[in-house]
Design a binder for this molecule. Sequence first.
Ligand code: ZN
Length: 391
Amino acid sequence: MSRTLQLAEQLISRPSVTPDDAGCQGILGERLARLGFSLETIESGPADFRVTNLWAVRTGTAGAESRTIAFAGHTDVVPTGPLEQWTSHPFTPTHRDGKLYGRGACDMKTSLAAFVVAIEEFLATTPDPRLSLALLLTSDEEGPGVDGTVVVCNALAARGERIDYCIVGEPTAVERCGDMIKNGRRGTMSGKLTVKGVQGHIAYPHLAKNPVHSFAPALAELVAINDAGGWDAGNEYFQPTSWQISNIHAGTGASNVIPGSAVIDFNFRFSTESTPESLQQRVHQVLDSHGLDFTLAWTVGGLPFLTKPGELVEAVQKAIRDETGIETELSTSGGTSDARFIAKICKQVVELGPTNASIHKIDEHIAVAEIEPLKNIYRRTLDRLEALLHV
Ligand SMILES: [Zn+2]
């Protein structure tokens, strides 16, 4: 059995549902400590939601010219869902038809195993690299994410520690390992809009003011802007910004009462062509132009980031090409990830991991044939970045 597969199975056996690390970071940290990494565990969060983070680093020999590459990821997994719907127990790694089944097989314990084995193999052939190596792990990526990667990034920033390149192991492949990587992600921002009216009897509308009716024309205008691609047109790397309502709620439940207020939840996924401020201003403009009485609370979940083709993207592209023959596609689509926090302290961040078709599902799995290539791509990337420090 391959060492990556073995380690992946060891991790899958740990029921590390957010925020419980269930000992995963200990297993990985121990392997790295043997290779000369220094380990730092940073715990964060309240007693009933304690998050475990690990920062492991091994300094290279290049001194002032050194570059640090960090592999980043999460040891936590999403809940299993109904156990009786799983063909085999989610925390008992099981093989069927060339696939490894278990919660976290894809998202993202196999990536974590591949990180560590890639580092081990790299150091076996390059015992004193000029490159500095690091691993950043959290047990809260699938949860609120407030005590996870962002806490480690803030700690690193506070003491002036630098990351030059970062590979996040999120599952990014569509059909085959290496066919897609993310070199950026859209931003996310939510709004909670409360349109105020006056509650009253349905039979006496002149004595009330229906907030659903007063919001309707503004809603039509917002939808029209969105459907016309009117927030922004996107750019070479990003699709146009999109806006979607996730919930509308009004009314008391009685059929003869005009509601006193309407609450509308919505979310923007935005490109680097827009900013939270520009989008907020535009929405306020529309609401004001319809004379609405409203309050609006905004939450910026993450700013967009982009890593333009450069040392890291090229090293990864070459590693994928050499290992699989695939010309990988650069993409910024999909949801957010912890890369948004890392991008604040690291200019070159990409996400590269296994096929994402079964993530968060019942019977999550990874094709066993995908595991060695993934580890080899990580190792080849290290070789490439090390070579850059020797020219
Ligand atoms: Zn994940």
